[in-house]
Design a binder for this molecule. Structure first.
Ligand code: F6P
Length: 360
């Protein structure tokens, strides 16, 4: 009998169900449904801590390839609080280890992003058999060139930019669009290029407002009626990039809104005289169905993880490197972010065709 646990942790994304389906289908096909016990932990690590699970069958994973979100529910269990007891005094790590052994699990499949992978690494160090799968719309997981959720989020953000284009052009306005991505700029970079943004501001390339204003004024001089500015939620000015973490946090806390887009929009309107609006697609970027690319990659991740489990190999995250499916040891992934390289081809090419990143 193979006893497995599944959990989805952190912010959700479109291809979590597709990934779990990939795991379970592969296990069913290779060890048989009769030799499989599946425990689906509810709401991420919380389910493991409090032993809240569903006993599931392969049938439960049928028909969910296209369904966004997660059938198990999710939650954030911050890594930095892992050794801080829950409000009711429950010690998280010992409780998770207890649940794992109580159910006599052979493997825990953890679908999660950076923080969740750190916790997975900790559990692996504590002797549990863990396989992590790279979930996040942000695409910031170190050790893999792709994460599932990213492609679908780029689609949503691109559609938002497309829609804004028509109204911006009708009204002759500047639009500042906030795009998700936490501390990295992968989604705004890809959606910005795909949606034909004129300015893309990402955390990896600190910007100067004067360059953004110049770009807009040049466009106005050339007769363009509108400008689209795609802004990563973590975008930062050159000036702010010089501040210490503490000083920067203080500055963000002093803004009217934690989002930088309102400050950018106000300054653009004041300095160019052009009517400027803000658009925030927000969590729609994590919602809806996974696109075809994500469905395929999620299925690949699920299949590889299941095959690894059958082979009795644990303690890694499934990854894609140079287009090939591979594994990266959890200890190598934990705690590292994958940033956009400001000198990468896509940034270089985008600049070549006149997209401004506000740095020059
Ligand atoms: O990690 C995914 C993400 O959507 C980030 O892009 C964003 O910064 C964050 O989660 C939002 O978190 P929450 O859903 O907790 O508001």
């Amino acid at each position: 009998m193979l006893r497995i646990g599944l959990l989805t942790s952190g912010g959700d994304c479109q291809a979590l169900n597709a990934t779990m389906r990939g795991i379970v289908k592969t296990l069913e096909n290779n060890v048989g449904a009769d030799n499989l016990e599946i425990y689906g932990f509810e709401d991420g690590y919380q389910g493991l801590i409090y032993s809240r699970f569903r006993i599931m069958t392969p049938h439960d994973f049928s028909g969910i390839l296209t369904r966004g979100g997660t059938i198990l529910g999710t939650s954030r269990t911050p890594f930095k609080l892992l050794d801080t007891p829950e409000a009711d005094g429950v010690e998280k790590v010992p409780a998770m280890i207890h649940t794992y052994h109580k159910l006599q699990l052979d493997c825990l499949f953890m679908l999660g992003g950076n923080g969740s992978t750190k916790t997975a690494n900790r559990l692996s160090e504590e002797g549990l058999n863990v396989i992590a799968l790279p979930k996040t719309i942000d695409n910031d997981t170190w050790g893999t060139e792709r994460t599932f959720g990213f492609s679908s989020a780029v689609e949503v953000a691109t559609e938002c930019i497309d829609n804004i284009h028509t109204t911006a052009s009708s009204h002759g306005r500047v639009f500042v669009i906030e795009i998700m991505g936490h501390k990295v700029g992968w989604i705004p970079l890809y959606a910005g290029v795909a949606g034909g943004a004129d300015v893309i501001l990402i955390p990896e390339i600190p910007f100067d407002m004067k360059n953004v204003i110049n770009t807009i004024e040049r466009r106005m001089e050339r007769g363009s009626r509108f400008t689209i500015v795609a802004v990563a939620e973590g975008a930062i000015t050159k000036e702010d990039a010089k501040l210490s973490k503490k000083e920067y946090k203080k500055k963000v806390a002093s803004r009217t809104s934690p989002s930088i887009v309102y400050d950018i929009a106000r300054e653009i309107e004041e300095r160019t005289g052009r009517e400027t609006r803000v658009a925030i697609p927000g969590h729609t970027q994590r919602g809806g169905e996974p696109d075809a690319q994500d469905r395929v990659f999620a299925t690949q991740c699920g299949a590889e993880a299941a095959l690894g489990c059958i082979a009795g190999e644990f303690g890694y995250m499934i990854a894609q490197v140079d287009g090939k499916m591979t594994r990266v040891p959890l200890k190598d992934v934990a705690g590292k972010l994958k940033y956009v390289d400001p000198t990468c081809d896509l940034v270089r090419e985008a600049k070549a065709l006149g997209i401004s990143f506000g740095d020059e």
